[in-house]
Write a protein that binds this ligand. Structure first.
Ligand code: GDP
Ligand code: IMO
Ligand code: MG
Length: 424
């Protein structure tokens, strides 16, 4: 039997690569957009018609007509955040009840999960992960610990009972921390949001996605976070709690590995990271500040300033390998327009040794070895054809293609939907 395949969009760095924009740009070629992991820790920005919008749990295909959006089983959902988001979307485009379906198997973030996240981070002190404090870690812990509550449970007669039992368990855990909290108000909102959520179809999304695939429906899987935040292969323990790599598409949507088609790996023309953890090419100088200011590098979910640095080819090649990337998508090239010199890390040095593959500890103690490129000193944001790009920029792109062995399919030159150059 011929195996019809779906395509994947995911981030190759530490998140915030521009996945929201790319999914929105690609959606007209797809009939279904499905999120496969993460939760409200994500912030995916879309800019079109002079408006901008940040999505957290809802897939980034929601603003395009004729697209069905799926929240897959691998996603964790905070009903309050989700209903607020839905409210804001509906204010803009009208009801989306028909356009969004939710997996019965997706796990719920309880108010106490958020408290546990906050208590755990506070207790870690200096070694904190820099979590978004949305309850992600504790919810995935309850999933693998086989304690979790799922969307499908909302419709069972025992939902309140099971909620109370899990809450009680969490109160026991919270008692071990020196942490004050009060969930009364949030819990009220949470229960109300759970009720509101019932107007959406809770489905067996694995069956929905597989049947649609077999009928030849084009499907795009949307990742959250980035490859270097993957629970297994990221810069552990400074990671998120899900598999952000292509492998996560299989478990997060319930599709077989043989069903994965094109893997579009997104990266910024430089690097950013928000939260703690190793970042070999991080800049602490004027160049770093310039990247942050020109690139508006402030978190879409938390507003925190993002750490900034040069492109890291060691880390990028690792991410390309782990994801089986078929095509690259390069974002925010325009942010580098004004730089005289642009640097790229091509290796690391540690204790007199040269490393060319991404190390176990995420490069916590390495010094990057840089290759320098002359800047193009030309505004890219108005350009819409590859042929019009300045030669110095084309050289930067060719270098990345040679090093990774992947072609750059799309170049983004501004936040707007339209500021996009599709090469093939
Ligand atoms: P995501 O989490 O991967 O969806 O990325 P975010 O939305 O968190 O962060 C990307 C930011 O860069 C957003 O503010 C986007 O509007 C913006 N952006 C996306 N592509 C480009 C681009 O090519 N150039 C510039 N200057 N900004 C961009
Ligand atoms: P999008 O989808 C950037 C980071 C947090 C923290 C670590 C763990 O917008 O790219 P968590 O809340 O998951 O327990 O936080 O991961 N992080 C992100 N960084 N973009 C994201 O999502 C992120 N989601 C989580 O800052 O360092
Ligand atoms: Mg983001």
């Amino acid at each position: 039997m011929e195996q019809k395949k779906l395509d994947v969009v995911l981030g190759l760095q530490w998140g915030d690569e521009g996945k929201g924009k790319v999914v929105d740009v690609l959606t007209p070629s797809y009939k279904i957009v499905a999120r496969f992991q993460g939760g409200p820790n994500a912030g995916h920005s879309l800019v079109f018609d002079g408006d901008s919008f940040v999505l957290h749990t809802v897939p980034s295909g929601i603003f395009r007509d004729g697209t069905q959006n799926v929240i897959g089983n691998g996603v964790v959902i905070d009903p309050v955040v989700l209903m607020e988001e839905i409210g804001a979307i509906e204010k803009m485009v009208g009801p989306i009840t028909e356009k969004l379906v939710i997996s019965k198997r997706a796990h719920l973030i309880l108010p106490t999960h958020r408290m546990l996240d906050a208590a755990s981070e506070a207790a870690k002190g200096k070694s904190k992960i820099g979590s978004t404090l949305k309850g992600i870690g504790p919810t995935y812990m309850d999933k693998t610990g086989r304690n979790g509550l799922r969307v499908g449970d909302i419709l069972s007669g025992e939902f309140q009972e099971r909620y109370d039992a899990l809450k009680k368990k969490h109160f026991g855990l919270l008692a071990q921390y020196d942490f004050k909290y009060d969930i009364t108000e949030y819990e009220k909102q949470w229960m109300a949001a759970v009720e509101e959520l019932k107007r959406f179809a809770f489905i067996d999304s694995e069956v929905f996605v597989n049947e649609a695939l077999q009928q030849g429906t084009p499907i795009l899987a949307e990742g959250a976070q980035g490859s270097l935040l993957d629970i297994d292969f990221g810069t552990y323990p400074f990671v998120t709690s899900s598999n952000t790599l292509t492998a996560g598409v299989c478990t997060g949507l319930g599709i077989a590995p043989s069903r994965v088609g094109n893997v579009y790996g997104i990266f910024k023309a430089y690097c950013t990271r928000v939260g703690s953890g190793p970042f070999p090419t991080e800049l602490f100088d004027e160049d770093g500040d310039k990247l942050r200011e020109i690139g508006h590098e402030y978190g879409a979910t938390t507003g925190r300033p993002r750490r900034t640095g040069w492109l890291d080819m060691v880390a990028l090649k690792y991410a390309v390998m782990m994801n089986g990337v078929t095509d690259l998508i390069m974002m925010k090239s325009d942010v580098l327009d004004g730089f005289d010199t642009i640097k790229v890390a091509v290796a690391y040095e540690e204790k007199g040794k040269t490393l060319t593959s991404f190390p176990y500890d995420g490069g916590a103690n390495v010094t990057p070895v840089y290759k320098e490129f002359p800047g193009w000193k030309t505004p890219l944001s108005g350009l819409r054809r590859y042929e019009d790009f300045p030669e110095a920029f084309k050289e930067y792109m060719r270098f990345i293609e040679r090093e990774t062995g992947c072609r750059i399919k799309i170049v983004s030159v501004g936040p707007d939907r339209g500021a996009t150059v599709v090469r093939y």
